[in-house]
Structures are given as structure tokens and as C-alpha cells.
Ligand binder design. Sequence first.
Ligand code: NAD
Length: 480
Amino acid sequence: MSFLEYAPAPESKAILNLRDSYGLFIDGEFVDGSGKSFTTISPADESHIAEIAGADDADIDRAVAAARRAYDKVWSKMSGRDRGKYLFRIARLVQERARELAVAESLDNGKPIKESRDVDVPLVASWFFYYAGWADKLDHAGLGANPRALGVAGQIIPWNFPLLMLAWKIAPALAAGNTVVLKPAETTPLTALIFAEILQQADLPAGVVNIVTGAGSTGAMLVRHPDVDKVAFTGSTGVGRDIARAVAGTGKKVTLELGGKAANIVFDDAPIDQAVEGIVNGIFFNQGHVCCAGSRLLVQESIHDEVIDRLKSRLSTLRLGDPLDKNTDIGAINSAAQLARIRELSDIGESEGAERWTADCAIPDKGFWFAPTIFTGVEASHRIARDEVFGPVLSVLTFRTPAEAIAKANNTPYGLSAGIWTDKGSRILAVADQLRAGVVWANTFNRFDPASPFGGYKESGYGREGGRHGLTAYLKGASA
Ligand code: NAD
């Protein structure tokens, strides 16, 4: 029996002003693509949202040429102060159109509206505000004597935080004086195209930002285009490898933000209720479609049963369903392909001998859904302890001593993030120091701030986004 029954509270879609079809955004205008167009759908009910143009080789040529012209004639000649004004203007327009962007993001991606409204879109605005402030200070930021832009950046982003990843890419690139050709993911192009309208509203000079839509092959063309000076990629480790090979020896600068398999370590002196909330936020936020998700829970053996019991009762209160409902905690899985991968890895987890528990929630008839799932009794050698599931699936392992926790946490090919839950500040510092992860959260998880650099070790990629460090990836000869 459920103690809390909520009436439906859907956010209205009336605020959206969507077109039936979207072209490519090149040289300040929407133009037809020469590639094969595709449909973007809502993963919550598989309904059609809009037809999207596909970019082929000729379109990538056009977009890169527009970015080069804008770089040579306008953007590289403009003062940092004026570039900053455009970025401030974009940030303010994102705030003005925040509700519309949040509704579009939840519709196209499947994430709960309370996340797109309270996390994604506010962070997008804060990223543009933050880098707007840097644009006129590059000469005074310890980035070298004469930091200069690289030129044209080719940027490729994934579907899990479509608009936020766009902001992580575009804001520092423009602040540092580069122009951009960006390719959103094929399942979530909508907010990037609304963002193109915002650029028109902001009167950003034509060609400074170009948005090309299409599948992986479109991204591959952009990476290989000879007139691209810098490649910035966020996505899977497999594609990251392919990109690293493609740019090797070309002189292109590259940053790769790839996958993760973060350890969230809970010591026996941790405040358990807060830790349980942190575990939930760590792996069930955004349906676990988070590169830095706390997908491996390492819990001290003495508190294992208590933590798991409390976690199960907490998960039983989460509401799964309509992403546009303001009470929804768990939205839809982004695509049928991703759902198939989550199912496959979960079945492997069970066949390898881990114990599977799934929250008892009603699954809607249409769309792509996966209920929050926990695996206990997981061994370090199991696939669910090693492979990135990228879904609402938690693998639980135990440890007895801090040394064992550190060894298990580092026993992964990835190194993007980690979490530590303990009452002792000294233990936080000692353990964090030994974790091979780009970000370590202490008594919290999945917190983002534009001033804080983010990035990985090992197979999680290289380069940092965010903060002053994020500028160096877009400047000649600069190091943080
Ligand atoms: P993906 O690598 O399949 O796709 C990412 C983007 O790359 C998409 O736009 C896609 O069209 C494009 N692409 C695909 N093949 C390409 C190719 N050969 N050349 C150039 N571009 C190509 O990944 P995904 O399934 O969209 O995203 C999930 C992955 O992204 C997860 O592994 C996740 O961990 C990672 N991710 C990492 C971060 C981070 O900051 N480290 C953030 C979000 C997601």
C-alpha cells in the first residue's frame, strides 16, 4: 500500500512553440540539409516531436567554412569585453526562456521536469554567466603571456544532458575567442535547435555558432574536417578512442570526456540517512544516464544490511512515470537502444550470481522504462561491477578497511568521479588523496558548478571542462 497518492501534476506543453521540422543552423540561419532527415521522438510515449535535418559532407563543409569566416572576419577581431556581452545576453535569454527549455528537454530526453527545471537549465545559464565573466580577463588569468584562440572548434555531445553539455562546450569556446560547429546527439537535438533561435535573438554574429544535426557519421565527418582546429567530444569511450585515432598526427587539439564507473564509498561512521539520499541522487538522478554516476556502492561490511534496507524503503517511495509531471522522480530511458543495453547488462548481472532487487513500480504501456534496480553480492570481476550500465542500476560491493575501499574503488578502467561518506574530515582527505578520479565528492554527490573543473583519468578521457582550466582547452599554449 502506498501512503502518498499524488494527483497528476503535468507541466503544460503550451509554452512550446515547436516547428514541424528543423533545418541545420549554419551562418546564422536555418537551412536544409543534404543528408537523410530523421524524427526525434518522446521516449516517454514514442510520439513524434519533429523532423530533423541530417547533415552530410557538403553541409559540414558549409558549416566549417561559415565558422572560419566568422572567426577571421568578426570574432577574432572583437574585444573580449564585447564577446562577454554576447555571452551575458545569451545567459539572460536562457533564463527568460527557462521554462520552455525545461519542457522541451524533458519531452525530448525523458528526464523528469523537476530535474530539467531545477538542475539542467539553471546550470546552463550559470555556465554562460560564468564564462561571460572570463572573456575580458584572459590576459590576466595566468594562462600565459598572450593567450590566443585556436580557431574553429568541432564539438560533439551526447544525449544525457543535451543543453547542459552544449553549454559546457560553447560557453568556454566563445569566451576564449573560438567559433564553433556543434553536433548534438541524434536522439536529443531539440534544445540545441531552440538554442539556435536564442542565438538569433541575441544577434550573435552569423557563423560564430553553427549547429549540425545527424547521427554518428555526421560527427565523424566533423572530427575529420581538415579546417577544424580543435575537437571537443563528450560521449562513450569507444567513440572517444575512434576520435583519438582520427586526430592523431593532425595537429588538432582534442579533449575527451568519456564514460565512468564511479565508486560511492560509505564508511560505518557516515550519517546513514544523508548517505542513503546521496546514494539515490548518485545513481538514480537522470535515470542513471550520468557519466559520473555513483554506480558502484562500496559499503562498509558492518553497516551493509542497514544501508540496503533503508535504501530499498527509500526507493519504494520514488515515483516513476510521465517526465512532464512535477512529482516524477524517475523518467523514461532515453532510447530503445539504451534500454536494451541496460536490460542486457542486468540479465548478465543476474546470471553471474549477483542478487537482483527491483523497486515495485508500475511501468507505463508505451515508451522506454526501467525501474530502479539494485544488485547485492556483486564481485569485483562481475560485468555489472566493471561495465558502464548508464541506467538506474546500482551494484553493491562491501569492504572492511579504508585500504580495501581504496583498492576496490580504483579497480576500474575508468577514473571520472567518486564519493566518500564519513563523519571524519581527516578520513575524507586521506581517502580522496588516493582515489584516481577527476572529481571526488565528500558527503554529497553529483554536484556541479561552473567554477569547478571536471574531467577524467584513464579511460574516462583527458582534458578538463569548467573553471579556469576549461579555458585552457580552447587557447594556444595555455596551461592551467
Ligand atoms: P556516443 O559516444 O555513442 O555518442 C556521443 C555523440 O557522439 C553523439 O552525438 C553521437 O552521434 C556522436 N558519435 C557517435 N559515433 C561517432 C563517431 N564515430 N565520430 C564522431 N561522433 C560520433 O555516446 P552516447 O551513447 O550518446 O552517450 C553516452 C556516453 O557518454 C556514456 O558512455 C557516458 O559516460 C558518456 N558521457 C560522458 C560525459 C563526461 O563528461 N565524461 C558526460 C556525458 C556522457
